[in-house]
Ligand binder design. Structure first.
Ligand code: TPP
Ligand code: SF4
Length: 364
């Protein structure tokens, strides 16, 4: 491809070597290899780990499979291959490991739905007892396993500052068992347990259970959010998290075509729209305070994100539910103000933990 946006470029045989300019040097395949080594993505490395490899049974276009692949490849590289992963029950476990087969190419253990953080903590303790400080530990699960049933174990892991990186792949519902509501399901979304009926618009409005903010309240060393729309950012955050010891938490938005009722080629675009609308703020926090924010590049109204998803179809059917869309827009605008998503987080950096909690309490 040429630097002129893909238009054909004539390479005349003038006797002089023609300088070929490439674009898309930030991509993950060939383009990445054109960058200096330290700037390359993990995926552009021909020696990449392929943490989760072919043969798994995720749905076509599954954001969770994509997110897990990038996150764990980056973690494996950061840990020099010395990694053990405890995985909660959920799609990620079910589609990757129908016993006796497995797509994982690393030490991986299936835990229960609700105890992945505790299992990961136990592994970290065992490694410490054996003097294997080189072996790093990850716990991971879906949003149901993380924000609901595993939440007590996760909070304990944070509070004891156990040496574990926990990654939540948030597809905003209990997808593996047929799309039930979780504590991370957005307001107004249709799930099997929040059917829109009459004027009742699906899942109820509330503050939701914001685990990144709750993790920050534990003042653990490192907390970050990410999406599968910015995979280099995800790689970077996993790599950074692995530089710390103690409890760390990364919350990744992973669209689910099946549960969201979206096209299978839309996972990355929807993740981008979630971020660019302000509905899913992308940030990093160290020691309980926000240290960086991924700014919104092209702000979009929430409607642009909601419309392609059948779980929000009732908001646009017939006369629609404009007041509900307005309330969702208000949620996005609140995030934009709280995290400074339009100004690159200048204000958010000044927000200390108490300010963030005070805002949350007042429902601002
Ligand atoms: C104690 C217990 N209750 C219920 C289940 C059934 N179950 C297995 S996976 C799952 C939902 C998983 O949802 P989530 O953690 O969000 O992951 P996803 O499948 O969406 O990736 C449920 C309810 C179980 N395995 N154990
Ligand atoms: S139901 Fe959703 S999360 Fe589960 S495999 Fe399918 S697309 Fe992925």
């Amino acid at each position: 491809m040429s630097a002129n946006g893909g238009k054909s470029e004539r390479h005349e045989l003038s006797g002089q070597p023609q300088k070929v300019a490439f674009y898309q040097t930030g991509t993950f395949a060939v383009g990445g290899r054109l960058l200096d080594e330290e700037l390359r993505s993990v995926q552009s490395d021909p020696e990449r780990a392929n943490a989760i490899t072919k043969g798994h049974r995720a749905c076509q276009g599954c954001g969770e499979a994509l997110g897990a692949r990038y996150a764990l490849d980056a973690a494996l590289r950061a840990a020099d291959g010395q990694l053990i992963v405890a995985n909660a029950t959920g799609c990620l476990e079910v589609f990757s490991t129908p016993y006796p087969e497995s797509s994982w190419r690393m030490a991986w253990i299936h835990s229960l739905f609700g105890n992945a953080p505790a299992v990961a903590t136990g592994i970290a303790a065992a490694m410490r007892a054996k003097g294997r400080t080189d072996v790093r530990v990850i716990g991971q699960g879906g949003d149901g396993g993380t924000v609901d049933i595993g939440f007590g174990c996760l909070s304990g892991m944070f509070e004891r500052n156990d040496d574990v990186l926990y990654i939540c792949y948030d597809n905003q519902g209990y997808m593996n068992t047929g799309v039930q509501r979780s504590g991370a399901t957005p307001p107004a979304a249709r799930t099997a347990t929040t059917e829109p009926i009459g004027q009742h618009a699906g899942n109820q409005f509330g503050q939701g259970k914001n685990v990144p903010l709750i993790a920050m309240a534990h003042e653990i060393p490192y907390v970050a959010t990410a999406t599968v729309a910015e995979l280099r950012d995800l790689e970077h955050k996993v790599t950074r998290a692995m530089e710390y010891r103690g409890a760390r938490y990364i919350h990744v938005l992973v669209p689910c075509p099946l549960g969201w009722g979206s096209a299978t080629n839309e996972a990355v675009r929807l993740a981008r729209l979630a971020k660019e609308s302000g509905l899913f703020p992308v940030f990093e926090a160290v020691g309980g305070a926000v240290t960086s924010v991924s700014p919104i590049r092209h702000k979009v109204p929430v409607e642009e994100y909601l419309r392609p998803q059948k779980r929000f179809a009732h908001l646009f059917a017939g006369d629609g539910m404009p007041e509900i869309v307005e309330r969702l827009q208000a949620h996005a605008d609140r995030n934009i103000a709280r995290f400074g998503l339009l100004d690159g987080g200048e204000e958010a950096r000044e927000l200390d933990l108490l300010d963030a909690l005070a805002l949350a309490e007042r429902g601002v």
